[in-house]
Design a protein around this ligand. Structure first.
Ligand code: SF4
Length: 92
């Protein structure tokens, strides 16, 4: 593996860890303080939300999506076909 390739892989891995940590923290915060949920969410612009998918990544297959059109992390109406930079693959 080339040096550049290893560095890119490490950066991607760190990015994945950071994103998943933020997602866990957001989920924990939402469950611990449901009264303040609306004010604790991030603005769509801040997370680069778009109402179209990014490849095979979209809100409906993100672990933070809440049916029918909400998100535990992002404020406002969220399309099932949308996407943002905090997308985390839904498991199970
Ligand atoms: S991809 Fe969609 S459901 Fe997932 S965090 Fe972003 S806005 Fe929320």
């Amino acid at each position: 593996m080339a040096r550049t390739s290893r560095i890119q892989w490490r950066a991607l891995s760190r990015r994945t860890v950071v994103i998943r940590s933020l997602a866990c923290a957001a989920g924990a915060a939402a469950s611990l303080a449901p009264v303040n949920e609306a004010s604790a969410k991030m603005a769509q612009k801040a997370v680069e939300y778009q109402d179209t998918p990014k490849g095979d990544q979209q809100c409906s297959n993100c672990s933070l999506f809440q049916e029918p059109n909400a998100c535990t992390l992002v404020d406002g109406e969220i399309s099932p076909a949308g996407w943002c930079k905090f997308w985390v693959k839904k498991t199970g």
